[in-house]
Design a protein around this ligand. Structure first.
Ligand code: MN
Ligand code: MN
Length: 297
C-alpha cells in the first residue's frame, strides 16, 4: 500500500475516533436523533469528509437506519435504548468505517462488553497471509461463550477508494471460507444478538446510492438527481431533503420517479424481530505485509 494512501487512512481514523468521542457526549437521554445525526456529520466535516450517512439504529435494528429528515418522523433517545452509532470518515476516498453501541441505563452492558471483546479478539486474527475464516470463528466463539449469537447474515468487508463494501467479505462466524488475507483495508464488525442472529430487510429505506446513466422527466426528480450526482458514496434522504428544499409532497413525487427509473440503489434498514436486542462494534484496519494497523488507535 502506498505511503500516501496509508496516511490518508490514518488521518480518517483519527477523525473517526474524535467523532466517536463527540458522539458519546452528545447521545444523552431525550436527544433528537435528527439533531444527533446532523451534529455528528457536521463534526466529521470540520476535518474530513463523510463516507456515508451516520447510521443510528436502535434495539432490534442492526444497521442502515438514519433519520429521514422529516421533523414529524424524528425519534428521541430513551435511556433503555440500545443505540448503534456507525459512522464513516474519508480522506481522498480512503475510508475509516467504525461503530460503537450506547445504552444509557447500562441494562445491556454485558452484551456490549461481549461485542467489544469479540471485536478485539477478532482484530488479533487479522494478520497478512492468515485465513479470513479465523476472524469469523473468533467472533462466533467469543459471542457464544458469552451467551449471544453473532448476526450470521451481516459481516465486515474490504474498503477501497470510494468503495465502502469491497472484497474481501469478513464473516461474523466460521463460514467455510478458504481465502487468505492479502494486503488490504478491512472493516471488522461483529454484531451480537439476543435472538437467532438473522436480520432481514425493512421496508424503510433512508440510505441510497447513485446508479449511473439514468434520467427522469419530472422536474422534482431532476432536481434530486442533480444533487445526488455530487455524491460518490452512499447518501441520505435527509441530505436530499435539506439540499433540495422541496416540500414533502414534491420531494416524494421526485423520489418516486427516480426509484421507478432505477436511478438509485437502496440500502434498506436491516433488523431482527421486535424484542431482540442487537449490539455492534466495528473498527477499520490496514492489513499490511509486516503489520496490521488499527485505524483510530
Ligand atoms: Mn460501519
Ligand atoms: Mn462496515
Amino acid at each position: 500500500m502506498d505511503d500516501k494512501v496509508i496516511n490518508d487512512y490514518i488521518k480518517a481514523g483519527k477523525i473517526w475516533k474524535e467523532t466517536i468521542k463527540f458522539s458519546r457526549k452528545k447521545a444523552i437521554e431525550g436527544k433528537s436523533l435528527l439533531e444527533l445525526a446532523n451534529e455528528i456529520e457536521t463534526k466529521i466535516l470540520e476535518e474530513g469528509q463523510i463516507a456515508f450517512p451516520v447510521n443510528l439504529s436502535i434495539n432490534e435494528e442492526a444497521a442502515h437506519f438514519t433519520p429521514n429528515g422529516k421533523i414529524e418522523d424524528d425519534r428521541f433517545l430513551k435511556k433503555e435504548d440500545v443505540l448503534k452509532i456507525d459512522l464513516g470518515v474519508h480522506i481522498n476516498g480512503y475510508i475509516c468505517d467504525g461503530a460503537i453501541t450506547i445504552n444509557l441505563d447500562n441494562t445491556h452492558a454485558k452484551q456490549i462488553e461481549a461485542n467489544d471483546l469479540a471485536l478485539e479478539n477478532a482484530i488479533t486474527k487479522a494478520v497478512f497471509g492468515k485465513p479470513i475464516e479465523v476472524i469469523g470463528k473468533e467472533i462466533e466463539d467469543t459471542l457464544k461463550q458469552k451467551g449471544f449469537n453473532p448476526v450470521y447474515n451481516l459481516g465486515g468487508h474490504g474498503l477501497a477508494q470510494n468503495d465502502i463494501h469491497s472484497y474481501p467479505s469478513i464473516p461474523n462466524h466460521a463460514n467455510g471460507s478458504t481465502s487468505l488475507l492479502e494486503e488490504c483495508a478491512i472493516a471488522i464488525e461483529p454484531f451480537a444478538s439476543t435472538g437467532k442472529g438473522y436480520i432481514s430487510e425493512s421496508p424503510q429505506v433512508e440510505i441510497f446510492g447513485l446508479k449511473e446513466g439514468k434520467n427522469v422527466r419530472n422536474p422534482y426528480g431532476r432536481k434530486l438527481l442533480f444533487i445526488a450526482k455530487n455524491y460518490s458514496l452512499p447518501f441520505a434522504e435527509r441530505w436530499l431533503r435539506r439540499e433540495s428544499k422541496l416540500d414533502d409532497f414534491s420531494f416524494i413525487v421526485g423520489l418516486r420517479e427516480l426509484m421507478k427509473a432505477g436511478a438509485f440503489e437502496t440500502f434498506p434498514g436491516l433488523k431482527e424481530n421486535k424484542g431482540t436486542i442487537i449490539t455492534q462494534s466495528e473498527k477499520s484496519l490496514l492489513v499490511l505485509e509486516n503489520k496490521t494497523i488499527v485505524l483510530g488507535e
